[in-house]
Design a protein around this ligand. Structure first.
Ligand SMILES: [Fe+2]
Ligand SMILES: [Fe+2]
Length: 298
């Protein structure tokens, strides 16, 4: 049995649904599980359907970079589970509705983590089968560093933007892949990333709807990405910050391949996410900055 409340309603009205007690946590978790199970796919079958002889050098660079990038998703999901659970307990007395939202988010992190594990292991296994440069144990351990904690709304918006970037990048990889099996794999991963984006937007919107989180947090993070030379420009930026604390996958694309920035597409998806989360419409990087400044009262 599926929930009587539609999925699109849960996505866009999560806070109200919980506030009006139309869904318990058990109902929400069932919906998460149902949707996760419905979209499952087999890594073994997906790899088996790819003709390794037909994978071009171009596709190999895409695969290799993506496999490394996916190594950073596990620490992201581990952190989200812990952070959202801590937030749940922080809000339990003051705002029990928000506490339930946080618990739903912490719980969903297990499905997110599992889906990302399919991306990581499938891509890295393909790299091994294609005899590409091995990923060392040191790299795996380095890429597993846990991100530092931040405010929950900022965290969710950052993750939504990260999924937007991944969706656009994988869609592009799918569009250029020649082998039908590889094309199917990239398309499937892009579809997963797009669903993750939807979840992050839904949770972020619920936080803003609770009125406990100001939309300024959402705009502050978006500004970091869309500004000239910002995070969206990835490893093409003139100056990539050096960090010891964690690895941002978008800073770690190694081979100068090929992957186009697709800045316009990514920006328009970020503007759409901001509108869904905060109700505020912006159409340019300059408007993101101005809105952020207005919200902080500058
Ligand atoms: Fe992924
Ligand atoms: Fe994802």
């Amino acid at each position: 049995m599926v929930n009587t409340i539609s999925r699109s309603d849960i996505v866009s009205n999560l806070y109200t649904i919980v506030a009006e007690q139309r869904s318990s946590l058990v109902d929400l978790i069932w919906e998460q599980h149902y949707f996760h199970e419905k979209r499952r796919w087999s890594a073994v079958e997906m790899i088996g359907a790819i003709n390794l002889e037909a994978v071009s050098e171009f596709d190999k660079a895409n695969l290799w970079n993506a496999g490394r990038a996916e190594l950073t998703t596990k620490p992201g999901a581990d952190r989200l589970a812990r952070l959202a659970d801590a937030e749940c307990r922080r809000w339990q007395e003051r705002n029990p509705v928000l506490a339930s939202i946080m618990q739903a988010c912490s719980t969903w992190s297990r499905y997110w983590n599992e889906e990302e594990s399919f991306h990581e292991t499938t891509l890295n296994r393909l790299s091994t089968l294609l005899s590409l440069e091995p990923v060392s144990d040191e790299t795996v351990i380095e890429f597993r560093k846990i991100f530092p904690d931040d405010d929950m709304l900022r965290t969710l918006v950052l993750l939504a933007i990260s999924e937007i970037t991944a969706t656009v990048n994988y869609s592009w990889c799918a569009s250029v892949a020649q082998d039908p099996g590889l094309k199917k794999l990239f398309k499937q991963i892009a579809a997963d990333e797009s669903q993750h984006m939807t979840y992050f937007i839904s949770f972020a919107k619920a936080l803003v709807d609770s009125k406990e989180y100001s939309p300024k947090g959402a705009f502050a993070v978006a500004h970091l990405f869309v500004r000239e030379g910002g995070e969206l420009y990835g490893s093409n930026r003139q100056q990539v910050e050096q960090r010891d604390s964690h690895v941002n996958w978008w800073d770690s694309i190694k081979y100068e391949m090929v992957l186009p920035d697709n800045i316009e597409r990514k920006q328009s998806l970020i503007f759409s996410a901001l509108r869904q989360i905060t109700g505020i419409q912006v159409n340019s990087a300059a408007e993101v900055e101005q809105t952020w400044l207005d919200l902080v009262g500058c």
